[in-house]
Write a protein that binds this ligand. Structure first.
Ligand code: GLU
Length: 429
């Protein structure tokens, strides 16, 4: 244990983690250059429309009151209502939520669904809270953001350490305050409350569809391929489970407790069952422990970072051996690391494309709620596939046309569509 802690400390001091919002602005700056954006439009796209900070007093189980801080950042709604998840994590900061809300804006645009971008977050450690504490915190947060959310205004969804149950509490709180049942105010709901079939696996499934396209574009035979997943949570584990049905073998995985690899490969379903039982992938029979950096630099064809921002810094990027990176996480690669990966010809499917399956099926859920008409899981999955494959092709075409990496291609497509909408709306008053 002591040794592992030292390794992590060393990695952190060697590689300083940049501010995610600065990363987002740098990505925007690069796209603005290619798009020859007017300076005023660039400025408008570099600022969130609204940033709400709320203090959330919560009665803890021990009788004491603890005040949490929460955020909801509404970045841009030129193309449609604000849309984006809510994250519970001790590392949440306003700048992180701002970055995530900007990425949501470009993501809904790349997916070509009629939404803007937003994000929410609460600084808390849900792993050390009881169910009751979590519910009281969630309901207090929902009440605090209720004035600025709504089915046509801002539609939240799950993100890191929030799930369908969290969405149900938010829905109930919102409905209680409004006085009527309005399922379209939130997505990622339980099926019994109007959630969509296929939503829980949508982020991982969508990332698999983009990986299949990337493999075709790079002439990689998936039947003989190998892959590793950093962050075996909702997105990462579903990615692994669905990816292996296309042929590739899962060689490594990690979660917040550590990283593992197996020379002979692992069955994703067995690993999911093991993690459900023990709380971690660490200790999976037949696997051996490795460092997080070793996992990211494993000799595999496909690497899926599915945890948090800033996982791949320049120093780590230098040793990446994967040919394809499918970014299930938001913001896992810094702009500096991007340059290294591009120089080394690693094909990066950027977050705003690779993980857009979640928000695409959120959109399908919202449409079903508004229409009061529900689809089968096969129908949902095939609509997801159609939309994400078409987004992949738009981005790939832009990257070939401008001779840039896929991230810049995605930003050119995503930012370009938002900029057009902002421009034609004009400036009030
Ligand atoms: N939190 C997910 C994301 O980062 C889903 C957002 C949504 O469905 O609105 O894309």
């Amino acid at each position: 244990m002591a040794q592992k802690y030292e390794v992590r400390q060393m990695q952190q001091t060697q590689q300083v983690k940049p501010n995610p919002f600065e990363n987002a602005l740098e990505q925007l700056r690069i796209a603005a250059e290619y798009l020859k954006l007017d300076d005023g439009i660039h400025q408008m796209l570099a600022h969130p429309k609204r940033q709400l900070t709320v203090s959330l007093p919560v009665k803890m189980d021990n009788g004491q009151t603890h005040v949490y801080t929460g955020y909801r950042v509404q970045y841009n709604d030129a193309r449609g209502p604000f849309k984006g998840g809510i994250r519970y994590h001790p590392g949440v900061t306003l700048d992180e939520v701002k970055a995530l809300s900007a990425w949501m804006t470009w993501k809904t645009s790349v997916a070509n669904i009629p939404y803007g971008g937003a994000k929410g977050g609460i600084i808390c450690d849900p792993k050390h809270m009881s169910m009751g504490e979590n519910e009281r915190l969630t309901r207090r947060y929902a009440a605090a953001i209720a004035p600025i959310i709504g089915p046509y205004q801002d539609i939240p969804a799950p993100d890191v350490y929030t799930n369908a149950q969290t969405m149900a509490w938010i829905l109930d709180t919102y409905n209680t305050l409004e006085g009527f049942m309005s399922p379209a105010v939130i997505t990622g709901k339980p099926i019994s409350l109007g959630g969509s079939l296929g939503r829980d696996k949508a982020t991982g499934r969508g990332a698999v569809y983009t990986t299949v396209e990337a493999a075709k574009a790079n002439k990689i035979d998936l039947k003989k391929a190998t892959f590793a997943v950093q962050g075996f949570g909702n997105a990462g584990s579903n990615y692994a489970e669905i990816m292996q049905t296309y042929g590739p073998k899962l060689m490594g995985a990690s979660d917040s407790k550590g990283s593992i690899m197996s020379k002979g490969g692992m069955d994703a379903n067995k690993l999911i069952a093991f993690k459900e039982k023990t709380g971690s992938v660490v200790g999976f029979p037949g696997s051996q422990a490795i460092s997080d950096k070793e996992l990211l630099q494993m000799d595999v064809d496909i690497l899926c970072p599915a945890a948090l921002e800033n996982a791949i810094l320049p120093d780590t990027a230098k040793g990446v051996k994967a040919k394809i990176i499918a970014e299930c996480a938001n913001g896992p690669t810094t702009p500096e690391a991007d340059k290294v990966l591009h120089a080394n010809k690693v094909f990066v499917i950027p977050d705003i494309l690779a993980n857009s399956g979640g928000v695409i099926v959120s959109y399908l859920e919202w449409v079903q709620n508004l229409e009061r008409n529900y689809w089968t899981e096969d129908e949902v999955n095939s609509m997801l596939e159609k939309k994400i494959v078409s987004a992949f092709r738009d981005v790939h075409a832009a990257s070939l046309k401008h001779d840039v990496d896929m991230r810049t291609g995605a930003m050119i497509v995503g930012v370009g569509r938002v900029a057009d909408a902002v421009k034609i709306l004009g400036v009030f008053p």
